[in-house]
Design a protein around this ligand. Sequence first.
Ligand code: GRF
Length: 237
Amino acid sequence: MRSLRFPATQGEPLSFANAGMTKQRVAILISGRGSNMAALIAAAGHPQFPAEIALVVSNRPTAAGLAVAGAASVKTAVVDHVPYGQDREAFERALQAELEAHRIELVCLAGFLRLLTPAFLGRWPDRLINIHPALLPAFKGLKTHERALAAGVKIHGASVHFVVPEMDSGPIIAQGAVAVHDDDSVETLARRVLAIEHRLYPATLALVAAGRVTIVDGRCRIDGAKPPELSLIVPES
Ligand code: GRF
């Protein structure tokens, strides 16, 4: 097993071990600005990163992230949900066709604002992950930073988890924590969490793509993890 280091978007470099040399083909699903997508693309540019970003799909034709992906020479596709109206399954059939056409093996949701049906998720068992801007299981759903401030928590952060039909509830793979400051606004807290998301998501994708994450009784185990290669990031605050 070889040690891999690549520069994280911000902060300290993160360290990984890359068990296999065959890169997993990854699709990133977005709906908006795509800053996490950009962090994943940047990390995957490292020759030893165990995944390649083979496709970015947006359900919104106007998503700013599409241009960012294009500028990084990553293939993009739009599967607009609007023409499908309430027919989620038809939308997902089109999405699945796009993923299959590009021989995708792993899917990362990165600000993808559509709920996926159990039928679709059933096609991607343990191969579809999401980043959520809170320390799950706290603050599932939207407006997480607002709710964290209202609750007065002292630690907040982000989680990467496998996706299951129940929203924000799948097995947690890795988390990144940040301190909440007394004078934080939603914006300052969101900025601090986003910075850690940009480190956490590439680090977690590397673990999943290298086949080092196993789920035991609903809990994720990282094979061969040893400090500082943990599934928890706590930067100095
Ligand atoms: C991030 O905060 C992510 O945690 C959440 O949606 C936001 C997407 O931001 N799921 P971006 O598009 O990656 O910049």
